[in-house]
Design a protein around this ligand. Sequence first.
Ligand SMILES: Nc1ncnc2c1ncn2[C@@H]1O[C@H](COP(=O)(O)OP(=O)(O)OP(=O)(O)O)[C@@H](O)[C@H]1O
Length: 790
Amino acid sequence: MAKKRTKTKKPPKQKIKKPSFKLSNQQKLVFGSLLVICGVWLCIAFVSYFFTGEADQSIINTFPSRTSGTQNWVSQFGAWVSEFFIQRGFGVASFIYSGLIFLSGIYVLMNLNKSKLRKHWFWGILITIWLSVLLGFFGNKTDFLGGTIGFEVNSYLQDYIGKIGVLLLLLLGLITYLAIRFRVTFESLANIFKSAKKDIKNEVSDLKNDLIIPLDNNLSEEAESIKSAFEIPLQNTATEKPEKDVAPLEVKVVPKEEEEEPEVEMKVEEIAEEVSETNNLANKLVDDFGLFDPTLELAKYQFPPLDLLKKYDSESITINQEELEENKNKIVETLSNYKIGIASIKATIGPTVTLYEIVPEAGIRISKIKNLEDDIALSLSALGIRIIAPIPGKGTIGIEVPNKNATIVSMRSVIASKKFQTSEMQLPIALGKTISNETFVVDLAKMPHLLMAGATGQGKSVGLNAVLTSLLYKKHPAEVKFILVDPKKVELTLFNKIERHYLAKLPDSEDAIITDNTKVINTLNSLCIEMDNRYELLKNAMCRNIAEYNAKFKARKLNPNDGHQFLPYIVLVVDEFADLIMTAGKEVETPIARLAQLARAIGIHLIIATQRPSVNVITGIIKANFPARIAFRVTSKIDSRTILDGSGADQLIGRGDMLFTQGNDVIRIQCAFVDTPEVEKITDYIGSQKAYPDAYLLPEYVGEESGTGIDIDISDRDKLFKDAAVVIVTAQQGSASLLQRKLKLGYNRAGRLIDQLEAAGIVGPFEGSKARQVLITDLIALDQHLENEI
Ligand SMILES: Nc1ncnc2c1ncn2[C@@H]1O[C@H](COP(=O)(O)OP(=O)(O)OP(=O)(O)O)[C@@H](O)[C@H]1O
């Protein structure tokens, strides 16, 4: 009897939402004012206590009676609170509390940094205790100087460490406070003393110089003219005598100063001070305003909730014992046909395939099994069998056999997984589940670029959506931007709704999603400029990569006035890369290769998807720079080799069954499934929230083709100008695509040539969808036309 066991599936843990304590502006006004008033009221009550406290003593315990007749300026409650804080609490130091409450009100009203306020409270409470103990040292039990707490703590300590001990302890407290709060060090204290000593000395010597200089002047002026020699003593008659008295002193003091001034130490200290100044400035800014928060502009942005993703009925894996047994028998039988004995066999059930791990009997060479790969697959007669001989690092042989009932790996289950939720990766992507049913999460930033290939209908678009969805669930709009290239015009259009949140575009383009191949070239070149700009920023900030740079920026160590800014990651997604490379050729390949080679450190990552993984699409230069690859099912072994450098992708079963490699091992994964309505819901959810004023603007790129001024210099003409003219005149058809085909050019270059031909008067102006008119009738006329030009 077939036993069916169903794995009990724990419901995904919903993240418990923390209650938000954010106040509206009106609430802040009310709450802030309340605190300010409380602070002032408390202060009045405390001051009053010094005058009325004694009189109120007797009636304090009758509280709360309306007729008690307290004398405190703020009446009964004031008397009681003051008694509580001053007499029974911390004595005079209680004033600090009223100050703290007042300060809190100001912070709330002015919406100032809360972390600083917390610091004020922390230190305020410590100072209150310290002060209360200090004053308690001098007071007695009934005294309100240190309050009951100050007095009691004192007497307790004095019993153990004596009066001197308490004083020393208080001194230690003071030193600790100064050291931690004001970062006072022994050196800085020594410096203060030194500079104070020097200031005094300078003042003394200035005083002396004041007295000496006139004497010098006298001497020089005496040498110059007798007249002035007379005048000066006349002006300084009153100081004449002391000058003469002080003159011998000059000799004594000056050499002393000369001995002290050339101290080398001084210079070293100054440099150290300068460095710490910038750090101190950054620290101070962080103290005042907290770390820079890039998400502040969209502070209220809500990440899409999990509920937007669908749950699927067939999500839990059902283990069909009968099927397992059947497959095992088939494997054992098939292998024994080839005289391969099996020592043990183990099955791991995944969402779409089951992995049978076989340990062959001793003496059987793995190469033998490897050679029989195709025959074994044929004997097992099932689609999608993949043999891994040996499984890397295990020394066993793996045979992956598709399950009869494949389960869907929902996007919801992988997003909800602990692995994804707690991941600390820079750009985490939940791709799906592995063969052992583990959620597979990778970091796009580490890949650093991804090549995706697969025949049509095998799950590429779903895969791209899974990647984008993962990032939307994990990254704030301030942290990542997408550039989407979608020549099919349908796959990625949904993301239009989040243009002003998550997309990046060229400044002059209307649509953020690029569907026109010519625009791709501009965008790629613009991205290269962005890359160069970012490298410049990183160089100036002395950072090696974007993570370091952003951390430094957040710590306010980089000045925005120097052009520094928080850099979001940029993810370029190109669907149908084959289409692009066919129409634009080198013009696309070159910037893509450049970006792929250099962009990893500055946070630009490329994801390229193609249906046709042929070598003229995935060229050597592209392949070399895309170590991370995903292969969905392809139709031939050759295609599989092109993507993975090995076979396997041709043996997949489709519908999101894929192989992933990051350079070494190949991992089989069932891609998470996210349907279009789910993506729509997510983009709707994000799109309905407050957005940035515009999409993230890439640097402007003035494409060469945009210089289509009709006055093109003859010397600037393309080398192929003459050939192009011949092609156009012969065919009597002024179209760029004709040039592309005949001269094997990219679209851009062909477009440029057409512009040059127009400038030369060979073709007419642009006429919309129609081909341009050819103004030269035959090749002889063309030759004459070109000769006349010169
Ligand atoms: N991970 C998956 N789990 C379950 N089913 C999937 C998965 N991925 C794809 N499919 C199924 O395969 C169909 C085709 O997928 P998809 O549109 O992604 O193919 P594609 O490779 O993008 O095709 P094309 O290149 O023609 O656009 C989907 O409609 C869905 O039914």
